[in-house]
Design a protein around this ligand. Structure first.
Ligand code: AMP
Ligand code: MG
Length: 403
């Protein structure tokens, strides 16, 4: 049997980064920058007022006080957005709003709170100092400065900075486009009535959500019956648009294993089916279909999602240059005694209490108990050579609550 680490390597090697591109700001959030970004304008763009108030020559109001206010005629009104730059003549004030350009000759702004607020002749009742309440051009960013680095994650603040610098797009590593195919003749879309022997199809929507959660883009997530011809039709239709194909089901040891039947016949090249020493998720496969990478996941919902978590998510994020390719690993004190199959690395669903530093398993180890995974916040990572862990032991876990 192949080890988890070895299969992680195989999947990671299969998934290649797409060439860098430029993307509109609105679509860039969550991606990694493909290049450094250099400012072509300064921020602030021009000297402007930090307060609503009056632009003055500071020396003219140096003696102002509540008892002896300085009175100045208000010669101009400068709202934000005024595009001409008036000159402040000696012995006058300009009413000015936050963000409005400073008039030529002004050396300070007196906040409106320190005045009577009039628009004909203003009484200024507190002194100010040279430079007070002026935001200087370039004090945040000087034009020509490299403000963002290649590899940095595009966050809301990053798109905000780019927009403030007047950039309509950013250089990014694009999202991986993933085709998710579920297989199984027993599967019925949620919302339709079930016949005896049928179940609701849950892997396609679940894996598509996991792809998006990992930062990827879903090309389509069709479900097909255990029918090689149907499977081939779906592949023909979508595979060319995908950077990665993920299938679920049809890879175990039974009959009617459509994914194995489609790729695993004698003489077929490209897809290799292996057993990985883990629980859940033992039957796995990888390869290329007409040049497109494919990862075949087992069909049991818990196996499918845990396999995605262990193999696909880190590889997708790495290919997209995203930080935290792996979920944070933590250790905690186990509150109960657990057994684990020797020879298999076990990923048990768990509930981790970060404050108490404890973790308990959540639900049985069987791979069809999706309910517990839905409310778990971690995967307990129990090494292959361990068959029992006593209550009170330290255990490793993958924190699913963190990206
Ligand atoms: P398989 O790997 O195809 O043998 O499937 C293993 C188990 O998972 C079976 O009980 C299937 O019914 C179930 N299963 C497979 N695919 C799905 C799916 N897309 N949604 C829900 N259950 C599934
Ligand atoms: Mg099946």
């Amino acid at each position: 049997m192949r080890s988890v680490e070895e299969h992680q390597r195989v999947v990671a090697e299969l998934i290649a980064a797409r060439p860098a591109t430029t993307t509109a700001l609105a679509d860039a959030e969550g991606l990694a920058l493909a290049d450094d970004v250099t400012a072509t304008v300064s921020l602030p763009v021009f000297d402007n007022s930090a307060m609503d108030g009056y632009a003055v020559r500071a020396d003219e109001v140096a003696a102002a006080s509540a008892d002896h206010p300085v009175k100045l005629p208000v010669a101009e009104d400068i709202p934000a957005g005024r595009t001409d730059i008036p000159t402040l003549e000696p012995g006058t004030a300009h009413r000015i709003m936050t963000g409005a350009p400073m008039p030529a000759g002004a050396t300070a702004v007196v906040p409106v709170e320190n005045t009577d607020g009039r628009t004909d002749v203003v009484s200024i009742n507190a002194p100010t100092a040279e430079g007070r309440h002026i935001r200087r051009a370039g004090e945040d960013v000087a034009a020509g400065t490299t403000v963002l680095r290649a590899g940095q994650l595009v966050t809301p603040a990053v798109v905000g900075l780019a927009a403030a610098l007047g950039l309509p797009e950013l250089p990014v590593i694009p999202r991986q486009r993933v085709l998710v195919i579920s297989t199984g003749t027993e599967l019925v879309s949620p919302g339709s009535p079930l016949q005896p022997g049928q179940i609701y199809e849950s892997n396609s929507i679940m894996l598509a959500a996991a792809v998006r959660d990992a930062g990827g883009e879903v090309v389509a997530c069709p479900a097909v019956e255990d029918d090689v011809a149907q499977f081939a039709v779906v592949l023909d239709r979508y595979a060319a648009e995908a950077d990665l194909i993920i299938t679920s089901g049809g890879v175990s040891a039974g009959a009617y294993e459509v994914v194995k039947d489609a790729f695993g016949r004698e003489g077929d090249q490209g897809v290799e089916f292996v057993k990985v020493a883990m629980q859940p998720g033992m039957p796995q496969g990888t390869g290329l279909v007409a040049g497109t990478p494919i990862v075949t996941l087992p069909g049991n919902p818990v196996s499918a999602l845990v396999s995605f978590e262990v193999f696909v998510r880190p590889a997708l994020r790495t290919a997209m240059g995203l930080p935290a390719a792996h979920r944070p690993r933590r250790s905690a004190t186990l509150t109960e005694t657990l057994t684990s199959p020797r020879g298999k690395r076990q990923f048990r669903r768990g509930v981790f209490d970060a404050d108490a530093g404890t973790v308990m398993s959540y639900g049985p180890p069987a791979s069809h108990h999706l309910r517990w995974l839905a409310s778990a916040n971690c995967l307990l990572d129990i090494p292959a050579d361990v068959s029992e862990i006593a209550a009170g032991s330290r255990v490793e876990l993958w924190d699913l609550s963190a990206p």
